[in-house]
Design a protein around this ligand. Sequence first.
Ligand code: PLP
Length: 491
Amino acid sequence: MGSLPLNIFHPLDPTEFSDESHAVIDFIADYYRTVENRPVQSQVKPGYLSKLLPKQAPLFSEPIETILEDIHHNILPGLTHWQSPNFYAYFQANASTAGFLGEMLCSGLNVVGFNWISSPAATELENIVMDWMAKLLKLPPCFLFSGGKGGGGVLHGSTCEAVVCTLVAARDGALSKVGHDAISKLVVYASDQTHSTVQKAVRIVGIPPKNFRTIPTSAASCYSLTPHSLQAAMEADVAKGLLPIYVCATVGTTAVGAVDPIREIGKVANKFGAWYHVDAAYAGSAAVCPEFRHYFDGVELADSISMNPHKWFLTNMDCCCLWVQTPSALVDSLSTNPEYLRNKASETNEVVDYKDWQIALSRRFRAIKLWVVIRRYGIINLVEHIRSDVAMAKQFEKMVSMDKRFEVVVPRKFALVCFRLKPRFEGDNALSINQRLLDAVNNSGQAFMTHAKVDGMFVLRFAIGTTLTEMRHVEMTWKLIQAKANDIYIA
Ligand code: PLP
Protein backbone atom coordinates (compact mmCIF):
# COMPACT_ATOMS: atom_id res chain seq x y z
CA MET A 1 0.00 0.00 0.00
CA GLY A 2 1.21 3.48 -0.78
CA SER A 3 1.32 6.24 1.79
CA LEU A 4 0.26 9.88 1.61
CA PRO A 5 3.12 12.35 1.07
CA LEU A 6 4.11 14.07 4.32
CA ASN A 7 4.17 17.59 2.85
CA ILE A 8 0.81 18.19 1.25
CA PHE A 9 0.94 21.22 -1.07
CA HIS A 10 -1.16 23.92 0.59
CA PRO A 11 -0.65 27.31 -1.08
CA LEU A 12 -3.09 29.12 1.23
CA ASP A 13 -2.19 27.78 4.65
CA PRO A 14 -3.23 30.57 7.08
CA THR A 15 -0.21 30.15 9.39
CA GLU A 16 2.26 30.23 6.52
CA PHE A 17 0.29 33.13 5.02
CA SER A 18 0.68 35.13 8.20
CA ASP A 19 4.40 34.32 8.73
CA GLU A 20 5.46 34.98 5.16
CA SER A 21 3.34 38.13 4.82
CA HIS A 22 5.02 39.54 7.92
CA ALA A 23 8.42 38.82 6.39
CA VAL A 24 7.44 40.67 3.21
CA ILE A 25 6.00 43.62 5.15
CA ASP A 26 9.20 43.90 7.21
CA PHE A 27 11.16 43.83 3.97
CA ILE A 28 9.08 46.67 2.49
CA ALA A 29 9.29 48.70 5.73
CA ASP A 30 13.09 48.41 5.57
CA TYR A 31 12.93 49.49 1.95
CA TYR A 32 11.05 52.65 2.91
CA ARG A 33 13.57 53.31 5.72
CA THR A 34 16.50 53.17 3.30
CA VAL A 35 15.04 54.21 -0.06
CA GLU A 36 16.41 57.73 0.36
CA ASN A 37 19.97 56.38 0.16
CA ARG A 38 19.48 54.54 -3.12
CA PRO A 39 20.23 56.09 -6.56
CA VAL A 40 16.79 57.39 -7.56
CA GLN A 41 17.07 56.46 -11.22
CA SER A 42 18.27 52.91 -11.68
CA GLN A 43 21.87 52.84 -12.91
CA VAL A 44 21.77 49.33 -14.47
CA LYS A 45 22.44 48.59 -18.14
CA PRO A 46 19.92 46.85 -20.44
CA GLY A 47 19.94 43.07 -20.05
CA TYR A 48 21.57 43.17 -16.58
CA LEU A 49 19.00 40.88 -14.98
CA SER A 50 19.29 37.86 -17.24
CA LYS A 51 22.97 37.66 -16.24
CA LEU A 52 21.96 37.36 -12.59
CA LEU A 53 18.99 35.00 -12.63
CA PRO A 54 18.84 31.28 -13.51
CA LYS A 55 17.68 30.39 -17.00
CA GLN A 56 15.12 27.85 -15.71
CA ALA A 57 12.25 28.05 -13.25
CA PRO A 58 12.93 26.04 -10.05
CA LEU A 59 11.63 22.48 -9.85
CA PHE A 60 11.26 22.55 -6.07
CA SER A 61 9.91 25.15 -3.70
CA GLU A 62 12.22 27.90 -2.42
CA PRO A 63 11.88 29.65 0.95
CA ILE A 64 10.57 33.23 1.00
CA GLU A 65 13.81 34.36 2.74
CA THR A 66 15.85 33.26 -0.29
CA ILE A 67 13.48 35.01 -2.66
CA LEU A 68 13.62 38.24 -0.62
CA GLU A 69 17.44 38.03 -0.61
CA ASP A 70 17.37 37.89 -4.41
CA ILE A 71 15.00 40.83 -4.57
CA HIS A 72 17.36 42.77 -2.32
CA HIS A 73 20.48 41.98 -4.36
CA ASN A 74 19.17 41.71 -7.91
CA ILE A 75 15.84 43.45 -8.27
CA LEU A 76 16.13 46.60 -6.12
CA PRO A 77 19.22 47.89 -7.99
CA GLY A 78 17.21 47.63 -11.21
CA LEU A 79 14.35 49.75 -9.88
CA THR A 80 13.86 53.44 -10.38
CA HIS A 81 12.64 54.38 -6.94
CA TRP A 82 9.27 56.03 -7.39
CA GLN A 83 8.86 56.21 -3.61
CA SER A 84 12.20 57.95 -3.07
CA PRO A 85 11.71 61.41 -1.54
CA ASN A 86 13.98 62.69 -4.33
CA PHE A 87 11.77 61.42 -7.16
CA TYR A 88 10.42 64.42 -9.09
CA ALA A 89 9.85 62.80 -12.50
CA TYR A 90 6.66 62.18 -14.53
CA PHE A 91 3.89 62.33 -11.94
CA GLN A 92 3.79 61.10 -8.41
CA ALA A 93 2.57 57.58 -7.69
CA ASN A 94 1.71 58.08 -4.03
CA ALA A 95 2.14 55.01 -1.84
CA SER A 96 0.81 55.18 1.72
CA THR A 97 0.24 52.87 4.62
CA ALA A 98 -3.53 53.00 4.13
CA GLY A 99 -3.13 52.55 0.37
CA PHE A 100 -1.00 49.48 1.00
CA LEU A 101 -3.41 48.05 3.60
CA GLY A 102 -6.30 48.59 1.21
CA GLU A 103 -4.36 46.91 -1.57
CA MET A 104 -3.66 43.97 0.75
CA LEU A 105 -7.36 43.63 1.48
CA CYS A 106 -8.19 43.85 -2.22
CA SER A 107 -5.61 41.25 -3.09
CA GLY A 108 -6.14 39.05 -0.02
CA LEU A 109 -9.92 38.80 -0.33
CA ASN A 110 -9.44 38.41 -4.08
CA VAL A 111 -13.10 38.54 -5.05
CA VAL A 112 -14.07 39.15 -8.67
CA GLY A 113 -17.13 41.42 -8.51
CA PHE A 114 -18.01 41.66 -12.18
CA ASN A 115 -21.73 41.71 -11.45
CA TRP A 116 -23.68 42.41 -8.29
CA ILE A 117 -24.32 38.78 -7.43
CA SER A 118 -20.67 37.79 -7.77
CA SER A 119 -19.94 39.92 -4.67
CA PRO A 120 -22.71 42.33 -3.64
CA ALA A 121 -20.50 44.20 -1.16
CA ALA A 122 -17.85 44.87 -3.81
CA THR A 123 -20.39 46.53 -6.10
CA GLU A 124 -22.24 48.37 -3.36
CA LEU A 125 -19.04 49.63 -1.71
CA GLU A 126 -17.89 50.91 -5.11
CA ASN A 127 -21.21 52.78 -5.53
CA ILE A 128 -20.75 54.33 -2.08
CA VAL A 129 -17.06 55.16 -2.46
CA MET A 130 -17.62 56.76 -5.86
CA ASP A 131 -20.28 58.99 -4.33
CA TRP A 132 -17.95 59.81 -1.40
CA MET A 133 -15.17 60.70 -3.79
CA ALA A 134 -17.50 62.79 -5.96
CA LYS A 135 -18.63 64.71 -2.89
CA LEU A 136 -15.01 65.18 -1.76
CA LEU A 137 -14.21 66.77 -5.13
CA LYS A 138 -17.50 68.70 -5.05
CA LEU A 139 -18.73 67.24 -8.33
CA PRO A 140 -22.30 68.17 -9.25
CA PRO A 141 -25.13 65.72 -8.33
CA CYS A 142 -25.46 64.62 -11.98
CA PHE A 143 -22.37 62.39 -11.47
CA LEU A 144 -23.56 60.73 -8.25
CA PHE A 145 -25.64 57.59 -7.77
CA SER A 146 -27.42 59.46 -5.00
CA GLY A 147 -27.82 62.57 -7.16
CA GLY A 148 -31.19 61.41 -8.45
CA LYS A 149 -30.34 62.15 -12.09
CA GLY A 150 -29.13 58.72 -13.16
CA GLY A 151 -25.37 59.36 -12.96
CA GLY A 152 -22.71 57.31 -11.22
CA GLY A 153 -19.08 56.27 -11.02
CA VAL A 154 -16.85 53.27 -11.59
CA LEU A 155 -13.26 52.38 -10.72
CA HIS A 156 -10.97 51.50 -13.60
CA GLY A 157 -7.29 50.59 -13.51
CA SER A 158 -6.18 53.57 -15.56
CA THR A 159 -7.28 56.73 -17.33
CA CYS A 160 -6.48 55.01 -20.63
CA GLU A 161 -9.24 52.45 -19.97
CA ALA A 162 -11.65 55.19 -18.87
CA VAL A 163 -11.02 57.18 -22.05
CA VAL A 164 -11.45 54.13 -24.30
CA CYS A 165 -14.78 53.29 -22.63
CA THR A 166 -16.17 56.81 -22.92
CA LEU A 167 -15.00 57.11 -26.53
CA VAL A 168 -16.68 53.79 -27.37
CA ALA A 169 -19.92 55.14 -25.88
CA ALA A 170 -19.58 58.37 -27.88
CA ARG A 171 -18.79 56.45 -31.07
CA ASP A 172 -21.78 54.11 -30.73
CA GLY A 173 -24.12 56.95 -29.78
CA ALA A 174 -23.17 58.78 -32.98
CA LEU A 175 -23.20 55.71 -35.22
CA SER A 176 -26.63 54.65 -33.96
CA LYS A 177 -27.95 57.84 -35.57
CA VAL A 178 -25.97 57.93 -38.82
CA GLY A 179 -25.26 54.26 -39.48
CA HIS A 180 -22.25 52.08 -38.80
CA ASP A 181 -20.60 52.77 -42.14
CA ALA A 182 -20.06 56.42 -41.16
CA ILE A 183 -17.18 55.62 -38.79
CA SER A 184 -14.72 57.34 -41.11
CA LYS A 185 -16.60 60.62 -40.57
CA LEU A 186 -16.22 60.73 -36.79
CA VAL A 187 -13.82 63.32 -35.39
CA VAL A 188 -12.19 63.62 -31.94
CA TYR A 189 -10.71 66.85 -30.48
CA ALA A 190 -8.04 67.53 -27.90
CA SER A 191 -5.19 69.99 -27.48
CA ASP A 192 -1.52 69.46 -28.27
CA GLN A 193 -1.03 69.17 -24.48
CA THR A 194 -3.62 66.40 -24.02
CA HIS A 195 -2.28 63.06 -22.82
CA SER A 196 -1.53 60.58 -25.60
CA THR A 197 -4.19 58.28 -24.15
CA VAL A 198 -6.82 60.02 -26.33
CA GLN A 199 -4.83 59.44 -29.51
CA LYS A 200 -4.39 55.79 -28.55
CA ALA A 201 -8.11 55.43 -27.77
CA VAL A 202 -8.98 56.83 -31.21
CA ARG A 203 -6.91 54.07 -32.80
CA ILE A 204 -8.33 51.37 -30.53
CA VAL A 205 -11.97 52.20 -31.26
CA GLY A 206 -11.46 52.23 -35.02
CA ILE A 207 -11.78 55.94 -35.78
CA PRO A 208 -9.33 56.88 -38.55
CA PRO A 209 -6.18 58.38 -36.94
CA LYS A 210 -6.40 61.30 -39.39
CA ASN A 211 -9.67 62.28 -37.68
CA PHE A 212 -7.91 63.06 -34.42
CA ARG A 213 -7.45 66.83 -34.10
CA THR A 214 -4.69 68.11 -31.82
CA ILE A 215 -5.42 71.80 -31.52
CA PRO A 216 -2.31 73.93 -30.94
CA THR A 217 -1.90 75.85 -27.68
CA SER A 218 0.57 78.60 -26.85
CA ALA A 219 2.19 80.54 -24.05
CA ALA A 220 -0.46 83.26 -24.54
CA SER A 221 -3.13 80.95 -23.07
CA CYS A 222 -0.67 79.25 -20.64
CA TYR A 223 -0.89 76.18 -22.88
CA SER A 224 -4.62 75.70 -22.39
CA LEU A 225 -7.07 74.93 -25.17
CA THR A 226 -9.02 78.02 -26.20
CA PRO A 227 -12.74 77.75 -26.98
CA HIS A 228 -12.28 79.79 -30.17
CA SER A 229 -9.70 77.43 -31.64
CA LEU A 230 -11.86 74.43 -30.73
CA GLN A 231 -14.94 76.00 -32.28
CA ALA A 232 -13.04 76.90 -35.46
CA ALA A 233 -11.75 73.33 -35.82
CA MET A 234 -15.20 71.83 -35.27
CA GLU A 235 -16.88 74.23 -37.70
CA ALA A 236 -14.29 73.44 -40.37
CA ASP A 237 -14.95 69.72 -39.96
CA VAL A 238 -18.73 70.11 -40.08
CA ALA A 239 -18.33 72.16 -43.28
CA LYS A 240 -16.47 69.19 -44.77
CA GLY A 241 -19.33 66.84 -43.87
CA LEU A 242 -17.52 65.30 -40.89
CA LEU A 243 -19.10 64.55 -37.50
CA PRO A 244 -17.52 65.89 -34.27
CA ILE A 245 -18.20 63.28 -31.57
CA TYR A 246 -15.75 63.71 -28.69
CA VAL A 247 -13.87 66.51 -26.98
CA CYS A 248 -11.34 65.96 -24.21
CA ALA A 249 -10.33 68.82 -21.92
CA THR A 250 -7.69 68.46 -19.20
CA VAL A 251 -7.26 69.85 -15.71
CA GLY A 252 -3.50 69.54 -15.11
CA THR A 253 -1.86 68.47 -18.36
CA THR A 254 0.95 65.95 -18.20
CA ALA A 255 3.75 68.06 -19.65
CA VAL A 256 3.24 71.39 -17.88
CA GLY A 257 0.16 71.14 -15.63
CA ALA A 258 -1.98 73.45 -17.80
CA VAL A 259 -5.73 73.76 -17.22
CA ASP A 260 -8.26 73.99 -20.02
CA PRO A 261 -11.25 76.30 -19.36
CA ILE A 262 -13.77 73.62 -18.50
CA ARG A 263 -16.97 75.65 -18.80
CA GLU A 264 -16.06 77.40 -22.06
CA ILE A 265 -14.83 74.22 -23.74
CA GLY A 266 -17.97 72.46 -22.50
CA LYS A 267 -20.22 75.05 -24.13
CA VAL A 268 -18.54 74.48 -27.49
CA ALA A 269 -18.64 70.68 -27.18
CA ASN A 270 -22.32 70.79 -26.16
CA LYS A 271 -23.18 73.06 -29.10
CA PHE A 272 -21.92 70.39 -31.52
CA GLY A 273 -23.52 67.54 -29.57
CA ALA A 274 -20.11 65.94 -28.93
CA TRP A 275 -19.37 63.78 -25.87
CA TYR A 276 -17.36 65.95 -23.47
CA HIS A 277 -14.76 64.26 -21.27
CA VAL A 278 -12.66 65.98 -18.59
CA ASP A 279 -9.33 64.29 -17.86
CA ALA A 280 -8.11 65.26 -14.38
CA ALA A 281 -5.83 62.25 -13.93
CA TYR A 282 -3.19 64.15 -11.97
CA ALA A 283 -4.79 67.35 -10.68
CA GLY A 284 -8.24 65.97 -9.90
CA SER A 285 -7.04 65.21 -6.36
CA ALA A 286 -6.49 68.94 -5.79
CA ALA A 287 -10.26 69.55 -5.98
CA VAL A 288 -10.45 68.22 -2.42
CA CYS A 289 -9.08 71.67 -1.43
CA PRO A 290 -11.63 74.49 -1.85
CA GLU A 291 -8.95 76.81 -3.27
CA PHE A 292 -8.47 74.55 -6.33
CA ARG A 293 -12.10 73.68 -6.97
CA HIS A 294 -12.67 76.65 -9.31
CA TYR A 295 -10.62 74.89 -12.00
CA PHE A 296 -13.53 72.45 -12.29
CA ASP A 297 -16.30 75.04 -12.58
CA GLY A 298 -18.57 74.08 -15.45
CA VAL A 299 -17.90 70.35 -15.10
CA GLU A 300 -21.68 69.80 -15.14
CA LEU A 301 -21.41 70.38 -18.90
CA ALA A 302 -19.24 67.26 -19.19
CA ASP A 303 -20.58 63.80 -19.98
CA SER A 304 -17.73 62.23 -18.02
CA ILE A 305 -14.80 63.08 -15.79
CA SER A 306 -11.91 60.93 -14.60
CA MET A 307 -9.06 61.27 -12.09
CA ASN A 308 -6.42 58.92 -10.68
CA PRO A 309 -6.23 58.46 -6.90
CA HIS A 310 -3.13 56.36 -7.71
CA LYS A 311 -1.31 59.53 -8.64
CA TRP A 312 -1.79 62.15 -5.93
CA PHE A 313 -4.36 60.72 -3.53
CA LEU A 314 -2.27 58.32 -1.42
CA THR A 315 -3.79 55.27 -3.11
CA ASN A 316 -1.34 52.62 -4.23
CA MET A 317 -1.57 51.50 -7.87
CA ASP A 318 -3.96 51.00 -9.49
CA CYS A 319 -7.06 53.17 -9.17
CA CYS A 320 -8.83 55.51 -11.60
CA CYS A 321 -12.22 57.09 -10.83
CA LEU A 322 -14.56 57.62 -13.79
CA TRP A 323 -17.91 59.36 -13.38
CA VAL A 324 -20.53 59.54 -16.11
CA GLN A 325 -23.84 61.38 -16.34
CA THR A 326 -25.48 58.61 -18.37
CA PRO A 327 -24.12 55.19 -17.43
CA SER A 328 -26.60 53.65 -19.88
CA ALA A 329 -24.40 55.01 -22.70
CA LEU A 330 -21.51 52.88 -21.38
CA VAL A 331 -23.76 49.88 -20.79
CA ASP A 332 -25.27 50.07 -24.29
CA SER A 333 -21.79 49.79 -25.78
CA LEU A 334 -20.03 47.46 -23.35
CA SER A 335 -22.68 45.06 -22.11
CA THR A 336 -22.71 41.38 -23.04
CA ASN A 337 -25.02 38.86 -21.41
CA PRO A 338 -23.90 35.28 -21.96
CA GLU A 339 -26.10 32.62 -20.39
CA TYR A 340 -23.54 31.72 -17.71
CA LEU A 341 -23.74 35.25 -16.25
CA ARG A 342 -27.53 35.54 -16.19
CA ASN A 343 -29.10 35.94 -12.75
CA LYS A 344 -32.26 37.30 -11.16
CA ALA A 345 -30.62 40.34 -9.55
CA SER A 346 -29.33 41.62 -12.88
CA GLU A 347 -32.70 41.12 -14.50
CA THR A 348 -34.45 43.30 -11.91
CA ASN A 349 -32.35 46.27 -13.09
CA GLU A 350 -32.00 47.28 -9.46
CA VAL A 351 -28.29 46.57 -9.27
CA VAL A 352 -25.15 47.79 -10.99
CA ASP A 353 -23.23 45.17 -12.99
CA TYR A 354 -19.84 46.82 -13.34
CA LYS A 355 -18.73 44.40 -16.06
CA ASP A 356 -20.84 46.60 -18.37
CA TRP A 357 -18.97 49.79 -17.42
CA GLN A 358 -15.48 48.59 -18.41
CA ILE A 359 -13.48 46.58 -20.96
CA ALA A 360 -12.65 43.40 -19.04
CA LEU A 361 -15.05 41.00 -17.37
CA SER A 362 -12.92 40.35 -14.29
CA ARG A 363 -12.28 43.23 -11.96
CA ARG A 364 -10.37 43.94 -8.77
CA PHE A 365 -11.99 45.05 -5.50
CA ARG A 366 -10.38 48.49 -5.76
CA ALA A 367 -13.21 50.14 -3.87
CA ILE A 368 -12.03 48.64 -0.59
CA LYS A 369 -8.61 50.25 -1.13
CA LEU A 370 -9.95 53.74 -1.79
CA TRP A 371 -12.42 53.33 1.10
CA VAL A 372 -9.59 52.44 3.51
CA VAL A 373 -7.55 55.45 2.32
CA ILE A 374 -10.42 57.90 2.79
CA ARG A 375 -11.41 56.48 6.20
CA ARG A 376 -7.90 56.05 7.55
CA TYR A 377 -6.82 59.62 6.67
CA GLY A 378 -10.05 61.59 6.72
CA ILE A 379 -10.70 64.69 4.65
CA ILE A 380 -8.52 66.82 6.95
CA ASN A 381 -5.33 64.88 6.19
CA LEU A 382 -6.11 64.47 2.51
CA VAL A 383 -6.48 68.25 2.16
CA GLU A 384 -3.26 68.76 4.11
CA HIS A 385 -1.45 66.23 1.90
CA ILE A 386 -2.23 68.28 -1.24
CA ARG A 387 -1.57 71.63 0.44
CA SER A 388 1.83 70.66 1.79
CA ASP A 389 2.99 69.48 -1.66
CA VAL A 390 1.74 72.69 -3.24
CA ALA A 391 3.50 74.75 -0.54
CA MET A 392 6.79 72.95 -1.29
CA ALA A 393 6.31 73.56 -5.02
CA LYS A 394 5.68 77.26 -4.35
CA GLN A 395 8.89 77.43 -2.34
CA PHE A 396 10.83 75.66 -5.09
CA GLU A 397 9.41 78.01 -7.72
CA LYS A 398 10.56 80.97 -5.59
CA MET A 399 14.09 79.55 -5.31
CA VAL A 400 14.24 79.09 -9.09
CA SER A 401 13.05 82.65 -9.74
CA MET A 402 15.68 84.05 -7.38
CA ASP A 403 18.54 82.55 -9.39
CA LYS A 404 18.97 84.83 -12.41
CA ARG A 405 20.38 82.00 -14.54
CA PHE A 406 17.01 80.22 -14.51
CA GLU A 407 13.47 81.01 -15.57
CA VAL A 408 10.12 79.49 -14.68
CA VAL A 409 8.64 78.72 -18.09
CA VAL A 410 4.99 77.98 -17.27
CA PRO A 411 3.12 79.58 -14.36
CA ARG A 412 2.63 76.88 -11.70
CA LYS A 413 -0.92 75.86 -10.79
CA PHE A 414 -0.45 72.73 -8.69
CA ALA A 415 2.76 71.01 -7.52
CA LEU A 416 4.61 70.88 -10.84
CA VAL A 417 7.27 73.49 -11.63
CA CYS A 418 8.49 73.80 -15.23
CA PHE A 419 11.72 75.74 -15.55
CA ARG A 420 14.93 75.95 -17.54
CA LEU A 421 18.43 77.38 -17.61
CA LYS A 422 18.40 80.52 -19.75
CA PRO A 423 20.80 80.66 -22.71
CA ARG A 424 24.07 82.25 -21.53
CA PHE A 425 24.60 84.41 -24.61
CA GLU A 426 23.00 85.08 -27.98
CA GLY A 427 23.14 81.86 -30.00
CA ASP A 428 23.74 79.60 -26.98
CA ASN A 429 21.92 76.27 -27.41
CA ALA A 430 19.33 76.27 -24.60
CA LEU A 431 18.14 72.79 -25.54
CA SER A 432 21.58 71.30 -25.15
CA ILE A 433 22.42 73.02 -21.86
CA ASN A 434 19.13 71.94 -20.31
CA GLN A 435 19.51 68.39 -21.58
CA ARG A 436 23.02 68.35 -20.07
CA LEU A 437 21.71 69.71 -16.79
CA LEU A 438 18.98 67.05 -16.66
CA ASP A 439 21.47 64.27 -17.41
CA ALA A 440 23.90 65.58 -14.80
CA VAL A 441 21.23 65.65 -12.08
CA ASN A 442 19.81 62.22 -12.98
CA ASN A 443 23.22 60.56 -13.38
CA SER A 444 24.19 61.75 -9.90
CA GLY A 445 21.61 59.31 -8.53
CA GLN A 446 20.61 61.94 -5.98
CA ALA A 447 17.41 63.03 -7.73
CA PHE A 448 15.33 62.15 -10.77
CA MET A 449 13.48 64.63 -12.97
CA THR A 450 12.07 64.43 -16.49
CA HIS A 451 11.55 66.99 -19.22
CA ALA A 452 8.91 68.34 -21.59
CA LYS A 453 9.04 70.31 -24.80
CA VAL A 454 6.79 73.33 -25.16
CA ASP A 455 6.95 75.80 -28.02
CA GLY A 456 10.17 74.09 -29.06
CA MET A 457 11.67 74.75 -25.61
CA PHE A 458 13.31 71.95 -23.62
CA VAL A 459 11.85 72.36 -20.14
CA LEU A 460 12.78 70.64 -16.88
CA ARG A 461 9.83 69.32 -14.89
CA PHE A 462 9.95 69.22 -11.11
CA ALA A 463 6.86 67.30 -9.94
CA ILE A 464 6.61 67.38 -6.16
CA GLY A 465 4.42 64.88 -4.38
CA THR A 466 6.16 61.65 -3.47
CA THR A 467 4.74 60.75 -0.05
CA LEU A 468 8.16 60.82 1.67
CA THR A 469 9.31 64.19 0.23
CA GLU A 470 10.00 66.93 2.80
CA MET A 471 11.21 70.49 2.31
CA ARG A 472 14.78 69.45 3.17
CA HIS A 473 14.78 67.13 0.12
CA VAL A 474 13.53 69.90 -2.14
CA GLU A 475 16.19 72.30 -0.82
CA MET A 476 18.97 69.71 -1.22
CA THR A 477 17.86 68.95 -4.76
CA TRP A 478 17.77 72.64 -5.65
CA LYS A 479 21.37 72.96 -4.39
CA LEU A 480 22.29 69.96 -6.53
CA ILE A 481 20.65 71.54 -9.60
CA GLN A 482 22.51 74.81 -8.95
CA ALA A 483 25.82 72.99 -8.55
CA LYS A 484 25.33 71.11 -11.84
CA ALA A 485 24.34 74.41 -13.50
CA ASN A 486 27.62 75.91 -12.24
CA ASP A 487 29.54 73.12 -14.00
CA ILE A 488 27.68 73.83 -17.23
CA TYR A 489 28.18 77.58 -17.01
CA ILE A 490 31.92 77.13 -16.40
CA ALA A 491 32.37 74.53 -19.16
N1 PLP B 1 -4.03 61.89 -18.40
C1 PLP B 1 -3.15 62.68 -17.77
C2 PLP B 1 -3.41 64.16 -17.68
C3 PLP B 1 -2.00 62.11 -17.20
O1 PLP B 1 -1.11 62.90 -16.60
C4 PLP B 1 -1.78 60.73 -17.31
C5 PLP B 1 -0.57 60.12 -16.75
O2 PLP B 1 0.37 60.76 -16.37
C6 PLP B 1 -2.74 59.95 -17.98
C7 PLP B 1 -3.85 60.57 -18.51
C8 PLP B 1 -2.58 58.47 -18.13
O3 PLP B 1 -3.00 57.86 -16.97
P1 PLP B 1 -3.04 56.27 -16.83
O4 PLP B 1 -1.63 55.83 -16.72
O5 PLP B 1 -3.84 56.03 -15.59
O6 PLP B 1 -3.70 55.73 -18.04
